[in-house]
Design a protein around this ligand. Structure first.
Ligand SMILES: NC(=O)c1ccc[n+]([C@@H]2O[C@H](COP(=O)([O-])OP(=O)(O)OC[C@H]3O[C@@H](n4cnc5c(N)ncnc54)[C@H](O)[C@@H]3O)[C@@H](O)[C@H]2O)c1
Length: 240
């Protein structure tokens, strides 16, 4: 296949790019490097199946030749980014999803959206099944991310229903592994930073809260299964 991975210079996108190339597919990464780094793709320089395009996916995307699968991962995603890039997050979820769906439609390609457990907001149901509609405050600081992804999911389903586009929606829970930024505010790198500095680990709240964690290779295995399926409703990807 010839695949497009938006956000491929980021943590998850770069691992997914490695996976696709490792399975003999060609990959075009489109990334504006707002939170990603070329360092994550440095080992792919010169790979015959790999191409990098420095572009913002909220703008028109024009590509020559066939495309078989579009994976839309581009979005700032860490808690630190919610404060720094609120408008860019909303645009990546809304306009970026619109542009990448348009690309998939034009090319007759399959499409997968990287969504998030944050669509459940501040959930009143634990753990969250896909059938739970969530509890989101659209005005809060996290609202930019939650609502961007909820809108993106709605847009994907609309393209599926209206245009018959072959779509998938993956709701990632907390994923961790190599290439995460140490300063991005997520729990595992924050703990590791404390360890490196010899400081006690900081737990917010009363310590009773639970989280679902998945190692990056497990997420990649889940993504592979979802890509191969013909399931169009959202799928949670995380640990129990
Ligand atoms: N890491 C997690 O635990 C987690 C959990 C749930 C969902 N997700 C989703 O997975 C995807 C990847 O997350 P990540 O943790 O790898 O984040 P990341 O910040 O490491 O990667 C995101 C990438 O998207 C790029 N990007 C952002 N906006 C762009 C734009 N407008 N145009 C082009 N490129 C753009 C960034 O430069 C970066 O390379 C995101 O959509 C995120 O919402 C991640």
């Amino acid at each position: 296949m010839r695949c497009v991975v938006t956000g491929g210079a980021g943590f998850i996108g770069s691992h997914w790019t490695d996976h696709l190339l490792g399975h003999g597919h060609a990959v075009i990464v489109i990334d504006n490097l707002i939170t990603g780094s070329l360092q994550n793709l440095a080992h792919l320089q010169g790979h015959p199946g790999f191409q990098f395009i420095h572009q913002d996916v909220t703008l028109d995307i024009s590509l020559d030749g066939p495309v078989d699968f579009v994976y839309h991962f581009a979005s700032p995603a860490s808690p630190a980014d919610f404060k720094r890039f609120p408008i860019q997050i909303l645009k990546a979820g809304a306009m970026g999803t619109h542009k990448t769906l348009g690309l998939a439609l034009a090319k007759g390609a399959r499409f997968l959206l990287a969504s998030t457990s944050e669509v459940y907001g501040d959930p009143q149901v634990h753990p969250q099944p896909e059938s739970y509609w969530g509890n989101v405050n659209p005005l809060g600081e996290r609202g930019v991310y939650d609502e961007a992804k909820r809108y993106a999911e709605a847009l994907v389903m609309a393209y599926h229903r209206m245009h018959g586009l072959d779509t998938r929606i993956a709701r990632f829970f907390n994923t961790y592994g190599p290439r995460m930024r140490m300063d991005d505010g997520r729990l595992v790198p924050s703990f590791l930073a404390c360890v490196q500095e010899g400081k006690p680990l900081t737990l917010h709240g009363d310590g009773q809260q639970t989280r679902s964690f998945a190692y990056i290779s497990d997420l990649v295995a889940g993504l592979q299964k979802l890509s191969e399926s013909d399931f169009h409703e959202p799928v949670n990807l995380g640990s129990e």
